[in-house]
Design a binder for this molecule. Structure first.
Ligand SMILES: *Cc1c(COP(=O)(O)O)cnc(C)c1O
Length: 430
């Protein structure tokens, strides 16, 4: 890294920048945070998350809409609270996430949509009792289960079929979901018959149609194509007599994990324009489920260098964070910018693999990466780690999960303490 973490004329894509030659998050010193709370440590900017949420609010402001933040991207209660208080709804994929929304901001329960291919009866019951906005149903069997649970509880269930539009969105194969070969959704060609069958149950209210074609999608054309197909289906369903009020466009808008300039406002505008094109004159209430776009760039994983070593021709920088803290590089070969917290004075770099201490060769953050000549004890930050970082953390190698700090203006708050060995062992029986 040369001078700055990013170079751009648009507002910063990231809240992390050097101040007095030391990396800070909205002005809060990462060195001080590491000293106060230890490492590995997730650090998030509340301002950045709010700002991204408001970009969505503004870009879709002219039509009735609800931004239902995808909880699985980052489910920390403090972040859910932050978004909930600003009016966000939530996209959940489990009963656990429902409980998180309840704890973080109870009034948002009525703005929850429930996605996922394998919902269980207890999860459906909990969501029915919470009177969520809509179930996004992904199979006929699930629809039957939903009708049965709704009848048992005497609560009518609003549902949308999650249709699979058979649209290809260029992204990593593990996070692409909109092709008929994927496990998600119901073929759009079958949807009409299923809505017709559902209309026979008085416990089911066909309130919407939903779609989600994948994650980290950078081109907006696939969103337009998917929504165009959904809009045609909605028109047909209305002719069939169904009272469809919601179109759920899913999430998936990507960010730039590289060091290139990134104008978030412009990206949201492009996205909104693509959706508007797909919707044409359709006036249904629009539901949006962004996850990554709202939180990824607001967060960094702060870690300390433990060891540097040479094995043959290769140099390794071994950090106290590992794949159990941030699995994206190992799982999707994802790129994260990695920057030293102390701003380098010269341009000299080494080329190294930056790895964790876990006993797996897959435990790497970067391979053959040019980085300042860091030494044991130095701090480095893995940028854009706010989404799918902490939520995918595990205890692999019996490592405690990291702590999390939220920077909000001049206030920094520990929002999750570091896990202890007692926490880790609490559920085990000997
Ligand atoms: C994961 C997911 C999202 C969020 O995806 P992002 O790429 O983080 O925006 C939205 N909707 C559904 C159904 C999902 O599974």
């Amino acid at each position: 890294m040369k001078k700055k973490v990013t170079t751009r004329s648009a507002p910063p894509a990231r809240p992390f920048a050097y101040r007095n030659r030391s990396l800070s998050c909205d002005g809060a010193s990462l060195t001080a945070l590491a000293e106060a709370h230890g490492t590995p440590l997730y650090v998030y900017s509340a301002q950045q998350i709010s700002c991204r949420f408001q970009l969505f609010q503004k870009a879709f402001g002219s039509r009735p809409h609800t931004v239902c933040y995808a909880v699985k991207a980052n489910s920390s209660l403090a972040i859910l609270k932050l978004l909930g208080e600003q009016g966000a709804g939530f996209d959940i994929v489990s009963g656990g996430e429902l409980e998180r929304v309840r704890r973080a901001h109870k009034p948002a329960l009525k703005k929850v949509v429930f996605s996922g291919v394998g919902k269980q009866a207890w999860e459906i019951d909990a969501a029915l009792k919470a009177n969520i906005l809509q179930f996004n149903v992904e199979s006929e069997q699930e629809l039957d289960l939903l009708a049965a649970r709704a009848q048992a509880l005497g609560i009518r269930a609003r549902f949308a079929l999650r249709v699979n539009p058979d649209v290809f969105a260029e992204t990593h194969p593990y996070i692409s979901t909109g092709l008929s070969e994927h496990k998600f959704g119901i073929a759009i060609t079958q949807a009409r018959a299923i809505y017709r069958r559902a209309a026979k149950s008085k416990w089911l209210d066909a309130s919407g149609v939903s779609v989600h074609i994948g994650s980290q999608i950078r081109k907006v054309d696939p969103f337009a194509a998917a929504l165009d197909r959904v809009t045609s289906l909605v028109a047909q369903l209305r002719r069939d007599g169904h009272n469809i009020r919601y179109i759920d466009a899913g999430g998936g808008l990507g960010i730039d994990y590289s060091d290139a300039p990134f104008d978030a406002a412009h990206q949201v505008e492009r996205y909104a324009a693509a959706l508007a094109k797909g919707l044409a004159n359709e006036q249904a209430h629009l539901l949006l489920e962004p996850g990554r776009f709202l939180v990824a760039q607001a967060g960094a994983l702060l870690t300390r260098v433990l060891v540097t070593k040479k094995n043959g021709a290769k140099t390794f920088v071994i950090t106290d964070a590992a794949m159990n803290d941030l699995i994206r590089p190992a799982l999707y070969h994802a790129h994260h910018e990695i920057v030293p917290v102390r701003q380098p004075t010269g341009k000299a770099t080494i080329t190294a693999d930056i790895v964790g201490p876990v006993c797996e060769s897959g435990d790497f953050f970067a391979r053959d990466r040019a980085i300042a000549n860091v030494k044991p004890g130095d701090l480095v930050a893995l940028l854009d780690a706010g989404a799918y970082g902490m939520t995918q953390a595990s205890n692999y190698n019996s490592r405690p999960r990291a702590a999390e700090v939220l920077v909000d203006g001049t206030k920094t708050t520990l929002i999750r303490r570091r896990e202890t060995m007692r926490d880790q062992l609490a559920t085990e029986i000997l």
